[in-house]
Design a protein. Structure first.
Length: 280
């Protein structure tokens, strides 16, 4: 009843995904193309992913992202879902146990996931299997109305993949906002450098079509509300973006505090959890 999703069509996965997340707290009404883009961005690997089948119908799934980073092999839970009619039957627990068994066989070092702050049953399930909360992640959105420019900055499109977050972000980006994710979706996101005279003071990685921000970085001495407003002014007036959304800003980080002070709306939060494999 449990098998890899390697030979399962995206149509079947999308049908189960849509059913499973039809009443989810965080809105997940994706089109099939949007789901495909999400899977590509997060390094979805169908071989490592698992599905729970009843009479050859996919009723539950764990969609696994897989990457090798700094000598480690890492799993990421891109999405876990159970069809509405099959929930509360232990299917999620069974799928998770199967993934954890495979981790030993495949010599996977870590398993990362995010779970909504209010989803206590899921948190308890993961804790039961050895996951630990590593950090709280905050999600923001903001309507770019009434933003006033007080200083003119030069903006430059920069397609270079750089570890800018090491100098400009106050925390390590989550899996879905990492440089690897940016590389996976280069056609959808634009990296914009913000310069003051000849000095780079920050950058934004953003989907210009929908205002989704993957990374927002500022050098330490420029982390203030005025600079944030000026960058948002640029996004609105030079790129026509009226609304932004920023996911997974680490709680209590400098950027999280700055965004709250800037008036951004913290619409939902989640915990990042991690399981470290003991293969010995």
């Amino acid at each position: 009843m449990i098998r890899s999703l390697n030979n399962v069509s995206i149509d079947e996965i999308y049908d189960a995904f849509t059913d499973a997340f039809s009443d989810y707290e965080a809105k997940m009404d994706l089109t099939k193309d949007q789901l495909i883009k999400m899977l590509v961005t997060r390094s979805f690997n169908p071989i490592h992913s698992k599905g729970y089948f009843e009479k050859n119908k996919l009723v539950g799934f764990i969609l696994i992202g897989y990457r090798k980073q700094l000598g480690e092999k890492i799993y990421y839970d891109t999405a876990t879902g159970i069809r509405q009619e099959c929930q509360k039957q232990g299917i999620g627990n069974t799928l998770l146990e199967e993934i954890l068994k495979e981790m030993k066989v495949e010599e996977i070092d870590r398993f990362l996931l995010e779970v909504l702050e209010n989803n206590i049953p899921a948190q308890e399930l993961y804790k039961k299997h050895g996951f630990q909360i590593t950090r709280r992640l905050c999600c923001f959105e903001y309507e770019l109305n009434g933003i006033v420019r007080t200083h003119e900055y030069k903006v430059v499109i920069n397609d270079m993949i750089e570890n800018d977050f090491e100098d400009y972000c106050s925390f390590l980006p989550s899996w879905q906002n990492s440089n690897e994710s940016f590389i996976n979706c280069r056609d959808d996101y634009t990296k914009i450098d913000i310069n003051n005279m000849n000095t780079k003071i920050g950058y934004v990685i953003i989907n210009i079509d929908n205002g989704s921000i993957m990374q927002f970085g500022l050098s330490h001495e420029y982390r203030n509300i005025e600079i944030v407003d000026n960058i948002l002014w640029v996004l609105r007036n030079e790129y026509g973006i009226n609304r932004i959304r920023i996911l997974n800003i680490e709680d209590k980080s400098e950027m999280q505090v700055l965004f709250e002070k800037s008036g951004m709306i913290n619409f939902i939060n989640q915990f990042e959890m991690e399981y470290k494999s003991n293969r010995t």
